[in-house]
Design a protein around this ligand. Sequence first.
Ligand SMILES: Nc1ncnc2c1ncn2[C@@H]1O[C@H](COP(=O)(O)OP(=O)(O)OP(=O)(O)O)[C@@H](O)[C@H]1O
Length: 287
Amino acid sequence: MNTASPNGTASPNGEALLSLRDVRVSFPGKRRRARTEVLKGIDLDVRPAETLGLVGESGSGKTTIGRAILGLVPVASGTITFGGERIDTASAARRRALSRDLQVIFQDPYTSLNPSLTIGDTLAEPLIAQGGDARGTRARIAALLDRVHLPADAADRLPREFSGGQRQRIAIARALALRPRLIVCDEPVSALDLTTQRTILDLLLEIQDDTAVAYLFISHDLSVVRAMSHRVAVIHHGLIVETGESAQVTTAPEHPYTRTLLLSAPVADVAEQRRRRERRAEASPER
Ligand SMILES: Nc1ncnc2c1ncn2[C@@H]1O[C@H](COP(=O)(O)OP(=O)(O)OP(=O)(O)O)[C@@H](O)[C@H]1O
């Protein structure tokens, strides 16, 4: 069975592209030699060409999952496999090779681009690192800028000449440079205003339609996750408490924490705010 998608395509079932099994990550704690376990046994699957939304409150461990997948924090136990290959134990050289297939877009477009490199050089870096020649690299940069709806002359300019939304387009172009199979999108629109958010989200959907790239879409914002994802996983205190089809998780959640998350999501509609207050009061009459 295929699942309905936010962008009209279907989410293919079957073999996962990325799998996390019982993944645990801990950091040094406040007391000497003590460690704080931040991920407490994460199980996750992202299928080819799908968007898995990962939602949870601040500090629940979302970014740490993304960083563990990218090899930026050590995994204490459990396994991460990508395309059938175990990657949590990959060497630095293998990691560099994996960056062809596994990419990331960070939250802050103001710090994620090197301020002293032109956009052309920023986009050329991964292409040259993977052995691209000068002519092919120039053509690919032009195609990437076109792909993210930026003019060709953007290649000669520096990041400071671009707005936050345009910088995020550049970060997306850089992530796409090597035609990855999966992009970890870590809060890719939360630093942007609402109108710009919509255009960046539309761009990500458009790119997925064209390229069948899979996204692990990390956000604290349930409405954004609902709009973007085929399936949604909910994280609470370092554990996945619920995973399911986006519509099901965001309208008829099974876990009490997901229900709380839904009721506390901000809404513009005043009548809906009132209804939620009433539902919250019913859910906890003692308050
Ligand atoms: N390098 C680190 N060293 C120590 N503690 C860390 C480190 N990275 C993250 N943490 C802690 O791990 C917990 C989870 O952090 P993480 O950034 O994964 O949460 P998050 O769900 O992405 O939150 P947010 O939405 O605020 O970014 C937090 O308590 C954080 O302080």
